[in-house]
Design a protein around this ligand. Sequence first.
Ligand SMILES: *Cc1c(COP(=O)(O)O)cnc(C)c1O
Length: 228
Amino acid sequence: MSDIIACNLDKIRNRIRNACAEAGRAADATHLVAVSKFHPLESIEAALAAGQRLFGENRVQEAATKFPVLRSRYPDLLLHIIGGLQTNKALEACRIADVIETLDRPSLLTAIDKATQKTGRLPRLYVQINTGNEPQKFGTPREQADKFIEQALQTFGPAVKGLMCIPPENEEPHTHFQLLAQLAHRHGLKTLSMGMSADFEAAIAHGATHVRVGSAIFGGRPTPPTKE
Ligand SMILES: *Cc1c(COP(=O)(O)O)cnc(C)c1O
């Protein structure tokens, strides 16, 4: 199992380097966020042993049970929260996350602001954009994006680093990646979290600084534990 994960990581890192080269970008222009949601500690340990330090988790509660123990052994570990965030989870998210990638609405902005005052800890923030305006998805709707990004920048200043999106499953992702890149550029934001196992090379071509890859590293996901 740990051999497979190390081998998968190696392959993905190579593909990232090649995609960067093809896009005329520096070999280290894109960071790999290893998405370990629903996977057990042993899988994360295998990735750590293979040198991976940057991880993404969807659920705050699950991340809170898995990561604090690992942090004590790997002080350079970085945790991104990449799943839609309920306001009542903002406090815990601010305690455990280095980055919250899913700031997407005024109520969550307020909750994170309050949590920050309480914990004295402000994670770096990405604004999630619902580029496909899909009703079932988290993310700021496209036509509200400019206004909400401005609001986030006014509230949190330089802690707002960039944007994140998840393109619709059955659509060609290029236009979504392009839209996110243009939006970030307009607001002077440097970080673009886009691209997953199936489409990260396309995202790198459009300037992704972070790709979020799960199944191509850890294999198929076990069924999720009951909802938190
Ligand atoms: C699960 C998930 C991923 C990883 O998806 P894979 O297809 O397994 O690479 C990336 N981003 C988000 C927001 C996710 O929820």
